[in-house]
Write a protein that binds this ligand. Structure first.
Ligand SMILES: C[C@@]1(CC(=O)O)c2cc3[nH]c(cc4nc(cc5[nH]c(cc(n2)[C@H]1CCC(=O)O)[C@@](C)(CC(=O)O)[C@@H]5CCC(=O)O)C(CC(=O)O)=C4CCC(=O)O)c(CCC(=O)O)c3CC(=O)O
Ligand SMILES: NC(=O)C1=CN([C@@H]2O[C@H](COP(=O)(O)OP(=O)(O)OC[C@H]3O[C@@H](n4cnc5c(N)ncnc54)[C@H](O)[C@@H]3O)[C@@H](O)[C@H]2O)C=CC1
Length: 211
């Protein structure tokens, strides 16, 4: 599998099933403004609220063969293995990519464990070995990189300045490789961003000045 970030805005997505797993996936899709349709006779309270607020289109029926509407991504998450298998086959025949909650070998795409902390997004996948372990790793990463996330807006600003001062991509690459490396990352993690910022800003101020 190749890990990608996909823009879901206005993209037709279908979720079959309305339980806890479906709810989690719908939440992720809505966070990027996907066009979500849910097919399920029963749904969780949260899914019910999304439907009331017009955030999703809810079809209150049990999925039956031949009932799927066109979608780019289909999440299959009913509590019946037989139904899930049938639904995944039908969705694929329509050309959709399928995520099947009860069988990790029958997925065209999976949802990696994703942690967001400010501007930082880290996604962790684990060869489908243990979602529980992924969750723990994700929590650990969020903790470890909290300070990194916090300084990202400041670093972005410096990067934009460097873009204006150094005209070629090659020059910018050389600049960043020289002034921003593992040692700086360690300092940021240790809460010493101000020191790093000072050093990098000094280097920026020296751009164009012969050593
Ligand atoms: C393949 C994948 C496909 C996919 O669904 O995309 C898949 C498949 C399955 N999960 C199962 C079980 C559980 N999944 C979770 C939790 C999460 N599962 C997620 C991803 C993925 N799960 C994809 C793999 C990604 C990869 O590994 O690279 C996370 C990361 C993201 C998310 O779901 O959004 C989310 C954590 C985030 C969160 O909780 O916030 C828990 C933990 C819990 O509930 O506390 C349990 C119970 C404990 C356990 O089993 O470890 C079962 C067995 C069902 C059964 O036994 O019947 C299958 C099916 C199978 O294994 O065949
Ligand atoms: N991928 C993952 O992270 C996990 C996957 N699972 C698997 O996913 C399955 C679903 O898990 P939960 O959401 O917890 O189950 P759940 O029991 O909470 O929800 C099942 C949903 O399927 C719906 N459903 C039943 N028949 C249907 C039909 N004909 N058409 C449409 N919807 C129908 C029900 O109305 C209900 O909303 C589990 O059976 C399990 O195999 C379980 C835990 C985690």
């Amino acid at each position: 599998m190749v890990m990608l970030e996909v823009t879901m805005k206005n993209r037709p997505c279908l979720v079959v099933g309305g339980g806890a797993v479906a709810e989690r996936r719908i939440g992720l899709l809505l966070a990027d403004d996907a066009d979500v349709t849910v097919i399920s006779p029963k749904v969780t309270d949260t899914i019910e609220k999304w439907a009331e607020n017009g955030e999703i289109n809810l079809v209150r029926e049990g999925y039956e063969k031949g009932q799927l509407t066109q979608a780019d991504f289909v999440v299959v998450a009913t509590d019946s293995t037989m139904l899930n298998k049938q639904c995944a086959e039908e969705a694929r025949a329509m050309g959709a990519l399928v995520n099947r909650a009860d069988d990790n070998n029958d997925c065209d795409f999976v949802f990696p464990m994703t942690v967001r902390e400010g501007a930082l997004t880290v996604a962790v996948a684990g060869d489908k070995a243990s979602p529980r372990l992924l969750k723990l790793v994700g929590q650990d990463i969020r903790q470890r990189y909290r300070l990194v996330a916090a300084i990202m807006p400041a670093l972005k600003e410096i990067r934009n300045e460097v873009k204006l001062l150094l005209p070629t991509s090659k020059e910018r690459q050389v600049f960043w490789r020289k002034h921003f490396g593992e040692a700086e990352l360690t300092q940021i993690i240790e809460g010493k961003w101000k020191l790093v910022e000072e050093k990098v800003r000094y280097a920026v101020s020296r751009i164009g000045i012969k050593p």
